[in-house]
Design a protein around this ligand. Structure first.
Ligand code: ADP
Ligand code: MG
Ligand code: ZN
Length: 636
């Protein structure tokens, strides 16, 4: 709707013209005229200086001098010219002026004096030499400069044509990608549908006075379909799609990236409603430019410009800014503030159902044999992202073609999986053994959390490897916001945290390194119970660590010690150990009692990879709870 506005519609082109003019290759034409004038002047001067008078040999000059024919002379550095009483007899032009080349003649002045000839020295022609002395190098430099400038800006996409000439490439007016081309990321899709709806019908939202999200940041591991999703949003909404990659902003010259951002937003505004998509946003938040001119100033300028544009943007005009990154941790926090990329959409690796759906999309255009079971392929490709699956289908098709088959068979898929898994090993895809350990571990957390009273209900268990460290997770959602926790709550929470490790002990008779984070958090809680919350009988209700914490549990304790002696320190350590041991015993008790259930949940989890809380409670024979409120707590 903003495209109808004449002012914003007509501004970009004129701005564009001004921009190119400033960076025009040719120096202003008045400079050329000035230079030409000087050269002509110099040549004329030289001509007149040399051509005034008849040229005679020096010997003849001496003869004329002796004859008393010379009236006056002007002695130059190289030439002598002067006036005769009358023109030389053989001179057809009857000139009184003469000129002769100067010869080394020390007695000349003596002679001139004795004959009463008026003589002067001359430096008149020197100025020209001086002028040429600096003018010539200057002309040369200007010529080189003009030449290089033209070279740089002449070619399409040359350095000087940044920002503008690429402009046409940005926009994709009709994106063909639809949500049906994306699978396995249903939650992200749901969140993005709202944006599609807004782009299709902005009035519906703005007439109620609602604030439209300005930006959505797609976060997730590489190859999970972030770029694809962003395009699908544009495709679904039938709006233009302006895209730029963060790495494209990194240029040699300071200010180029900022200019490009400005230009991008200017164009987008003219075409609203539309989507501006910045892929690989982390490149903007990270890269240092290897340039003697700019260092990382360039990056900062570009980033600042982006922030400024986002702030100055009125999202009611219908421009939605989307970005993608697989490294959210390196992003400048300023980008994530409200009014900027305030909405973050997690695009995670697909679970087994998602993988099946993705495989179905990518096998659509492939001739597959009847024996190909996509379900089996999906089950065998745990840890594969969407791009890996697309690659897998392609690889299988290539293998079949190499063997001159007319259809892609199951065997081709199997060899392709083997081949890709070997390649992905470097990217840390979990082995079967590791998956089993993780499944037991997460089941342990989940069972303890479900069996113990007073805890937040389990919302979801997952053994899909996340992009950000954890191999699996158990998500608990509280039913209501908590401001206080009782000692009993904390002890139960400790049992949940230790439940993962305990399940490994019980089921596998061995323990893995996967519990490191659990142990750390459990220890933190136990220490806080003893030293801050006064929950230990032997030490009493004393706060031993003299600092405050913003919210309990979630914030790691700084490694500073309060004011207490060695003896107290030992007592504290003993109390922490006692609390943790009791929690461990409690977890062991629960899991031993539910040994059969532990097995059931683990097997089911290995099968489906992501289990909802309701299914878990069903397996455990526990009544379902009401739907949860906010603030999830996660144990990995
Ligand atoms: P990202 O931007 O997250 O790194 P891309 O969107 O570039 O990943 O994905 C690369 C390709 O992999 C896509 O073009 C598509 O063919 C395939 N792909 C990735 N994720 C999915 C998905 N969820 N559904 C269908 N295809 C996918
Ligand atoms: Mg991408
Ligand atoms: Zn754990």
């Amino acid at each position: 709707m903003a495209s109808a506005k004449p002012s914003s519609g007509s501004k970009p082109p004129s701005g564009g013209r001004r921009g190119t003019r400033l960076l025009d290759a040719r120096p202003p034409s008045s400079l050329w005229y000035g230079l030409a004038f000087l050269v002509v002047l110099g040549l004329a001067q030289a001509y007149f200086l040399t051509q005034t008078g008849q040229s005679i040999p020096y010997s003849e000059f001496k003869v004329l001098l002796k004859d008393g024919q010379v009236v006056d002379v002007t002695i130059g550095e190289q030439m002598i010219h002067g006036t005769l009483k009358q023109p030389a007899a053989n001179d057809p032009k009857q000139l009184k002026q003469f000129i002769t080349t100067r010869v080394e003649d020390p007695k000349l002045t003596e002679e001139l004096e004795s004959r009463g000839v008026k003589y002067t020295g001359e430096v008149a022609s020197r100025w020209l030499m001086d002028l040429m002395g600096w003018l010539l190098p200057l002309i040369f430099l200007v010529a080189i400069w003009a030449f290089l400038f033209r070279r740089m800006s002449g070619a399409e996409g040359g350095i000087m044509s940044f920002g503008r000439s690429r402009a046409k490439i940005y926009a994709d007016d009709e994106v063909k990608v639809k949500f049906s081309d994306v699978a396995g990321v249903d939650e992200a899709e749901d969140e993005l549908r709202e944006i599609v709806d807004f782009l299709k019908n902005p009035k519906k939202y703005t007439s109620l006075g609602g604030r439209i999200p300005k930006g959505a940041l797609l976060v997730g591991p590489p190859g999970t379909g972030k770029t694809l999703l962003a395009r699908a949003v544009a495709g679904e909404a039938h709006v233009p799609f302006f895209s730029l990659s963060g790495s494209e902003f990194v240029e040699m010259f300071v200010g180029v990236g900022a200019a490009r951002i400005r230009d991008l937003f200017q164009q987008a505004e003219a075409k609203a409603p539309c989507i501006v998509f910045i892929d690989e946003l982390d490149a903007l938040g990270k890269t240092r430019v290897q340039s003697p001119l700019g260092s990382h100033e360039e990056r900062e300028q570009t980033l600042n410009q982006l922030l400024a544009e986002m702030d100055g943007f009125d999202s009611r005009k219908g421009v939605i800014i989307m970005a993608a990154t697989n490294r959210p941790e390196v992003l400048d926090p300023a980008l994530l503030r409200p009014g900027r990329f305030d909405r973050q959409v997690l695009v995670d690796k697909p679970d087994v159902k998602g993988r099946e759906a993705i495989l179905r999309i990518h096998t659509k255009g492939v001739k597959t044999a009847a024996n190909v079971d996509v379900k089996v392929v999906a089950a065998r490709t745990a840890g594969f992202a969407g791009a890996d699956l697309a690659n897998l289908v392609n690889e299988a098709a290539l293998l079949a073609a190499r063997n001159d088959k007319t259809e892609v068979e199951m065997r081709d898929f199997e060899s392709a999986i083997d081949r890709l898994v070997a390649g992905l090993e470097k990217k840390r895809v979990m082995s079967t053994k590791e998956r089993e350990i993780v499944a037991y571990h997460e089941s342990g957390h989940a069972i303890v959390a479900s069996v113990l009273p007073g805890l937040d209900p389990v919302h979801k268990i997952s053994i899909v490897q996340r992009g950000f460290g954890a191999l699996g997770y158990t998500l608990q959602l509280p039913l209501e916001d908590r401001y206080l926790m009782t000692k009993g709550d904390l002890l139960s929470q400790l049992a949940v945290l230790l439940g993962g490790r305990t399940a490994e002990e019980i089921a596998l008779g061995d323990i893995s390194t996967g519990a490191q984070n659990d142990l750390q958090r459990a220890t933190d809680i136990a220490r806080a119970m003893v030293t801050e919350f006064g929950m230990s009988e032997s030490l009493g209700a004393i706060n031993y660590d003299g600092h405050k914490r913003a919210r309990f549990l979630d914030i790691p304790i700084p490694q500073e010690r309060g004011l207490y002696g060695e003896e107290t320190a030992q007592k504290i350590d003993a109390e922490i150990k006692r609390i943790l041991t009791e929690a461990h015993d409690k977890a062991r008790q629960i899991l031993t009692d539910h040994r059969g259930k532990l097995e059931t949940v683990t097997r089911r989890l290995l099968e489906v990879e992501v289990m909802e809380g309701d299914e878990l409670r069903q397996l455990l024979g526990i009544a379902s709870t009401a739907s949860p409120a906010t603030a999830p707590s996660v144990s990995a």
